[in-house]
Design a protein around this ligand. Structure first.
Ligand SMILES: Nc1nc2c(c(=O)[nH]1)N[C@H]1C(S)=C(S)[C@@H](COP(=O)(O)O)O[C@H]1N2
Ligand SMILES: [Mo]
Length: 417
């Protein structure tokens, strides 16, 4: 006699969707394999772009990154849209893959609940790696998306979370891919899903319910959802006319305000506590290095040779501006003022801002030496607005927005002595 007890999630007969099967799982798996590989690469590039190894951790305090920082390199300054592209791809792709990730988890859910948790040591290790895989995936997607949507929810601590999470996740991911290659190839070669009794994967429902949507329909649903997310996100990094389509992106929408300063603002002067009296006639820029110190007023800076650079702001959040026509003093010219003109070194940039993770940043020598790197005083022929960093801000080609310090008060070439 059959017990009249409803089946528990651990029982195969609990899961009744007729859509599940190794072929569906394999298809979604292949999409994720390509997508997550690209996410990992662009994510690690983004980390390198921060210059996390400079000036004793000014840009990044990830504790003990040690070995995991093995690959860090000097982020180049060209092409000038480099970070716009790598980070635009990272964020847009991450958002676009959400429906695929959810569908993939749904397709294997009977396996996640299977009991006993482990039949052998090998099986126990496999289940543990699945825990790291699923947990890691959810963690990476959630921290990434929360950081974009809630505008630095984890000030300062997002990088270590997302960075370590990525390494844990990618370890489990690689193991999973290697283990599943044979099964995936077999499932894709077969034209159809197997019957429940011929299915070695345990994904096909032994007691399927009648279908409410075809397999093809389900794939369209997932693909359509992904395309919808793509279409409402990508505009924030493509810019121009496309910006109007970025309905899902907090900084994506049409340009805020008009005029030369009418482009995206990350944090306003008021938000970070910059008061008008801090940036008035009494403001001075301190330039230090090579044992010398020079103090300059804004009028002094405007008397130095002015240069133009058309450069974007490209934020870690994925949004970026179109190229803006900045003008101001070359960083290498400022290095020359303290006698470091021949081979300018790294520089520590500090702003008037008293608190917050982004009040200072270190730039590498290759960024200082690039003639397009400016201490910008004006944009589009107008004075910088208070929110874009008046009296002076940094702008460097190809770098993440966070290195483009606003409301600059001090430059220390060669780092603090
Ligand atoms: N002093 C200071 N500079 C800063 C920031 C900040 O919070 N404080 N934010 C940075 C970040 S994260 C970005 S993306 C850019 C944004 O520049 P924008 O607001 O002019 O578009 O400024 C950077 N410069
Ligand atoms: Mo940013």
């Amino acid at each position: 006699m059959r017990a009249h007890r409803p089946p528990a999630p651990a029982s195969p007969s609990f899961w009744r969707s007729p859509l599940r099967g190794p072929r569906l799982t394999a298809l979604l798996g292949v999409v994720l394999l390509a997508g997550i590989t690209l996410l990992f690469v662009t994510g690690m590039l983004s980390y390198a772009a921060y210059n996390p190894d400079l000036a004793g951790g000014v840009n990044d305090q990830t504790p003990g990154k040690g070995l995991l920082g093995f690959y860090l390199f000097a982020w180049p300054t060209g092409p000038h849209w480099l970070y716009r592209v790598t980070q635009g791809v990272h964020v847009t792709l991450g958002i676009t893959l959400v429906p695929v990730l959810l569908a993939k988890l749904w397709s294997v859910i009977p396996k996640l609940f299977a009991l006993p948790p482990a039949r052998s040591v090998g099986h126990a290790l496999e289940r543990l790696s699945l825990l790291l895989l699923v947990g890691g995936a959810l963690f990476e997607f959630l921290t990434g998306i929360l950081n974009i949507q809630l505008d630095y929810l984890f000030p300062g601590s997002f990088y270590p979370l997302h960075f370590y999470g990525a390494w844990v996740f990618i370890g489990a991911f690689v193991a999973h891919v290697v283990l599943r290659i044979p099964r995936t190839v077999r499932a894709l070669r077969a034209r159809t899903e197997p019957a429940a009794d011929a299915d070695g994967t345990g994904l096909v429902a032994p007691e399927p319910a009648p279908p409410t949507v075809s397999r093809r329909g389900a794939l369209w649903l997932v693909g359509g959802g992904a395309l919808l997310l793509l279409a409402t996100t990508a505009g924030q990094s493509i810019g121009g006319w496309w910006r109007r389509t970025a309905l899902l992106a907090p900084h994506g929408g049409a340009d805020p305000g008009s005029g030369p300063n009418g482009f995206q603002i990350n944090k306003t002067a008021a938000f970070v506590g910059i008061r008008p009296q801090d940036t008035g006639d009494d403001w001075r820029l301190t330039v230090e290095g090579g044992g010398r110190t020079v103090r300059l007023s804004r009028a002094d800076l405007l008397r130095l040779p002015q240069h133009e650079s058309a450069l974007p702001i490209a934020c870690v959040e994925g949004w970026s501006t179109d190229d803006q026509p900045w003008s101001g003093v070359r960083l290498r010219d400022l290095a020359a003022l303290v006698g470091l003109g021949e081979r300018p070194p790294d520089v520590l940039v500090e702003s008037l801002q008293l608190h917050g993770a982004f009040r200072r940043a270190a730039l590498r020598a290759n960024q200082v030496r690039d003639g397009r790197s400016l201490l910008a005083l004006r944009v589009g022929g107008a004075e910088l607005s208070a929110d874009h960093g008046y009296p002076a801000r940094i702008i460097v080609p190809a770098a993440p927005g966070v290195l483009n310090t606003k409301w600059v008060s001090r430059l220390t070439f060669g780092g603090p002595s």
